[in-house]
Design a protein around this ligand. Structure first.
Ligand code: SF4
Ligand code: SF4
Length: 168
């Protein structure tokens, strides 16, 4: 069953999470998603990697930027993005090391941080969805509520996108 694009939670303007689907996901670090083509890298991603010592020609393919749906949720529309560099003749990310760990884990592109999920805005709500190009085989769908970690997934995505919630 292809679950790409499935809504798993909605978030209102007060960042209250409403679970739409009970799922269970835990990353097994199988690295299958590091073998995807055309992983987008935005200009903020590039600046962050440069700040951490990665040269531009190490991180992006030498092709023109492409337009992708905006991940900066304050604005709608399309933004310019580049393509994460792959190893020569091997269909996997240039940062995937021989020990199968990510060389840039602590400052990897936003898409990598959110995968296998994504967030879409529709009017005054955010929707947490399974990534539209999902290839991850480790999402269990429609699990029992006691096993579900949908809320934690949504909270984690919100903290990646907006930072930790401020408390008084
Ligand atoms: S495919 Fe899924 S389980 Fe494998 S590394 Fe990517 S997110 Fe983790
Ligand atoms: S940057 Fe890291 S997490 Fe992203 S595709 Fe490359 S190896 Fe995988």
């Amino acid at each position: 069953m292809d679950i790409s694009g499935t809504i798993i939670a909605s978030v209102n303007e007060f960042e209250e999470i409403n679970v739409v689907k009970h799922i269970f996901f835990e990353c097994t670090c199988c690295t299958k998603c590091c073998q995807l083509n055309n992983i987008p890298v935005t200009e903020p991603d590039i600046r962050l990697m440069q700040d951490n010592g990665i040269e531009i020609d190490q991180m992006i393919e030498t092709m023109s930027p492409v337009l992708i749906a905006n991940k900066n949720l304050e604005r709608n529309g399309l933004i310019k993005a580049y393509i994460l560099r792959q190893k020569p003749f091997v269909r996997e990310c240039a940062f995937l090391e021989e020990n199968r760990l990510c060389k840039v884990h602590d400052f990897k592109p936003l898409t990598c941080q959110l995968y296998p999920f994504s967030v879409k805005r529709n009017e005054d709500k955010l929707y947490v969805i399974v990534h539209p190009k999902n290839i991850c085989e480790h999402i269990e769908i429609d699990v029992d509520e006691s096993k579900s970690n949908t809320s934690e997934i949504a909270e984690n995505l919100l903290s990646i996108l907006f930072g930790e919630k401020q408390t008084d």
